[in-house]
Design a binder for this molecule. Sequence first.
Ligand SMILES: Cc1cc2nc3c(=O)[nH]c(=O)nc-3n(C[C@H](O)[C@H](O)[C@H](O)COP(=O)(O)OP(=O)(O)OC[C@H]3O[C@@H](n4cnc5c(N)ncnc54)[C@H](O)[C@@H]3O)c2cc1C
Length: 439
Amino acid sequence: MNMVKNQISPNSLSETTIMPKLDYDLVIVGGGIAGTALACALKNSGLKVALVETKSKSVVAGKKLAYNLSLISGRILDGIGVWQEILPKITTYRQISLSDGNYPRTVQFYPDDLAISGKKQTLKEGLGYVGEHQVMLAAMQEFLADFEQFTWFCPAQVLQVNYQSDFVEVELRCKDTDSLSEEERTFTIRSKLVVGADGARSPIRETAGIGTHGWKYWQSCVAMTIKTEKSHNNIAFERFWPSGPMGVLPLPGNRCQVVWTAPHAEAKGLQMLDQEEFLAKLEYRTAGLLGKVELLSDRYVFPVQLMQSDRYVQHRLALIGDAAHCCHPVGGQGLNMGIRDVGAIAEVIKTAHQQGKDIGDIKVLKHYEGWRRKENLVILGVTDFLDRIFSGTLLPIVAVRRLGLWGMGIIPMFKSLSLRVMTGLFGRYPKLTQMLSVK
Ligand SMILES: Cc1cc2nc3c(=O)[nH]c(=O)nc-3n(C[C@H](O)[C@H](O)[C@H](O)COP(=O)(O)OP(=O)(O)OC[C@H]3O[C@@H](n4cnc5c(N)ncnc54)[C@H](O)[C@@H]3O)c2cc1C
């Protein structure tokens, strides 16, 4: 059977190396940030890893979105070894500002607010980061280039997965290989474990018969990149409006990522609105803080949902990232949960491998599920609560949330706990974080 080391692509197939068997320890399906970060985390683990992605590497990396990254995500990516390549190209922010529409009281968070009971903490990192998808994924793809035990199957499509008691077989077809016959383009990979990192609609999850619970929100979000006249001063801010929250995340070079949540029809309307009218609305919503703004990208609309998989693992299968859970974009937590999944599953798999255990054994995989499912549920609950309490005009709800904001601003314990959730400094830290300054 023909097979290429490192990448299956139409160009490289002509220089094929014949390999007798397609045997791997682990197959990751999905080359988004979660799947690719897991492959990176397993570099030097002694495990042989395959990554199957349905789109080409450049198309996957080309997604126009930027993310709020928590401190813990930064530490995990640092432990993996890709952070030093990413950090200089993204923004570190040291202030978060929360406000309720036009209500004048805003709550400001600074690194010192993480202190509990007056204990000062030496936190050098700031409060979080904003990184563009392209910057992060390109760095990770580059990092994999010299991972000898690693193979891309990309672009390629999974045709079938057969779970057996001692192994799992993944049948796949490589795309864009016109010069090859159907037979030559089809591969079967045998491995001990499949990791589904194939996004919210996860075909891997569905074909394994794993159900989900959750709901679709009445809102969609409109995401775009803007250029600002005034400096954003490296402040991340979220303003809560009755129609939904709006997050503005600072990017390098006087640019910001805006995520504007609104009921579906309103979100569609915002996407279609004449550019000048749209920018006038945006300037009103940003209260002139950023001065005149300019659009640098299209306005992309995404539906919003909350979803938790009924199981994260079963025999020879584990789910990570959006394949396992999705949350409302308020607070920018979705990918952060996925990166934390990566830290946890990499640790569980590497430990099992070092102890000579079968990495696809359900007893091993249950350690990952037991660790991550509960922690993710907390975030799903918090983001849902925030969206519901802040997206309403009923007077008692308005009164409660303004009281809440006020309390958050003046009660140090309340402020510190809220900040711990935002920065990811709660729960169990994967060993990859190297336990820096915060206990
Ligand atoms: C507007 C918006 C703003 C957001 N902002 C933030 C934020 O600020 N902070 C944050 O933490 N999160 C944020 N999120 C959430 C974040 O985007 C997701 O949680 C994250 O991108 C999920 O990454 P993933 O790798 O798990 O999945 P995906 O990015 O969906 O990647 C899945 C990959 O699998 C591939 N695939 C699918 N099916 C197959 C198959 N059968 N075979 C092979 N490959 C397959 C896909 O092509 C894709 O490349 C935001 C989301 C939205 C919509």
